[in-house]
Write a protein of this length. Sequence first.
Length: 260
Amino acid sequence: MLTDERYKFILEKITQQGLVKSQELIKEMNCSESTLRRDLDALEEQGLLVRVHGGAKRVYEVEREIPVTEKTSKNTQEKKEIAECAASLVNDGDTIFLDAGTTTLYMIPFLKHKNIRIVTNAVQHAHLLADQGNEIVLIGGVLKNTTKAVVGTIGSAQLSQYHFNKVFLGMNGVDLEYGFTTPDPEEAAIKQQAIKNSAKVFILVDKSKFNKVTFVKVENIDSATILTNELDHQENKTYFEAATIMEVKHDLHSNTKSID
């Protein structure tokens, strides 16, 4: 391999796996130990990886939270498609939990005619659901201005008394090593309690959330079903091995969406 080809191969491996071992890279690239050492040194100097004993690991940034108004304008079409397919998983008679994510917000129109009970910690969600006649339970607590979510010990205690057929949660980050993450400890506590009390858990994330890490870990990625856009299976091979992933596939010819 040429130098640039080796660099690309190493970085792709690190993106997919988070951590790579030197001996595996030497074997796969058919290069010498000294060549690999020079490659890793060069990539580390560029800030693209971190050398560790016996290999290298990915560099990641702990991303900060953005206001809900800004989140709503990002990847809108992808979120709507995920939301529609998520709503199709809800059956009459279910009791579900919706958290204050922007993707769960897009589920609301698709829940209009379902005979279900919906528990939420999102004021905006509760308002829209009530307008279309759904049965709503809005948990109590402290209102967080940036995400319009109700958080705190009161809400967590209230949630601990409830049981759900399904919960639908948004996440700010999905990562092989660091799991599902969110910027706020109090929102993380609400999500953790909902996960604990549900028979089935669905994490609604567009593909931009993969390989992202934020401040607080909620759960490991094998703790829930990830509902997302259609992914590149080769590029995300390790995610498919580590987690349960349902992809929303869009048929361009018939303009229909389905879950695989």
